[in-house]
Design a protein around this ligand. Structure first.
Ligand code: ADP
Length: 209
């Protein structure tokens, strides 16, 4: 079975906004960034994209690092490449980089940008509420969004709207590639407009949040 088929199968039944459609969009963003990054290794980038959610604590895929090593070596990746891929997928998430920003290879930076582009814009808004619904978070409350979060704080219960302040609004400034920076602009502006309208509607009904 190809790496893509194997990973697609795992993501098929995901229900918190990280299903196959997420993976497909991240692949498209990565391909679009790759067009502007001629020195990047295409195959390595795309395999990082495919594997980027494997060890995410939120998703709980039942797969070990050794199983991923076997999968990659059965598809002719060399030991050094395999270790780079594993390092990258273990260090590219937003939560992992809250306290310290881990340096990534160009391929890792492209995959990280591609993943982050799918967290913002209209689709990012939809995914934040979809995720919040799946794990039982309220839409909003009068609790202020937190700043200076540790990885553990980040995983504590939260409201959907605070997720914009705690992650989604910060993404634009964290993009690595020129293409990623460009693609993030419009998506960011749309989210800001959405949250302004959201808060205005809530405050007209219930007062400031
Ligand atoms: P990463 O996997 O890069 O650390 P997240 O844990 O923030 O990133 O999860 C990826 C996506 O899951 C987010 O972009 C968002 O759509 C959704 N998500 C995660 N945590 C929350 C939350 N507390 N509220 C709403 N959506 C969330």
């Amino acid at each position: 079975m190809s790496i893509k088929d194997f990973i697609y199968q795992l993501h098929q039944s995901e229900t918190t906004g990280h299903a196959l459609d997420h993976l497909e969009r991240v692949e498209k963003f990565a391909l679009s960034i790759l067009e502007t990054e001629p020195t990047a290794n295409h195959e390595l980038t795309m395999v990082i994209v495919l594997l980027h959610e494997m060890f995410d604590d939120k998703l709980g895929f039942d797969i070990s690092e050794d199983e991923v090593r076997d999968l990659l070596s059965n598809h002719d990746f060399e030991t050094k490449e395999i270790e780079t891929i594993l390092y990258t997928i273990n260090h590219m998430s937003y939560s992992k980089n809250l306290e310290k920003r881990y340096p990534l290879s160009l391929e890792g930076q492209i995959a990280q940008d591609a993943d982050r582009l799918d967290a913002i814009g209209a689709l990012g808004i939809a995914r934040a509420f979809y995720y919040g619904g799946a794990v039982g978070h309220p839409l909003y409350s009068n609790e202020k969004a937190r700043t200076e979060l540790s990885g553990t704080d980040y995983r504590q219960n939260n409201t959907c709207i605070n997720h914009f302040y705690e992650k989604l609004f910060n993404i634009k400034a964290l993009m690595n590639t020129q293409k990623g920076i460009e693609l993030a602009q419009e998506k960011h502006a749309f989210m800001v407009q959405f949250v302004q309208q959201f808060e205005s509607e809530v405050s007209q009904t219930f007062g400031e949040i």
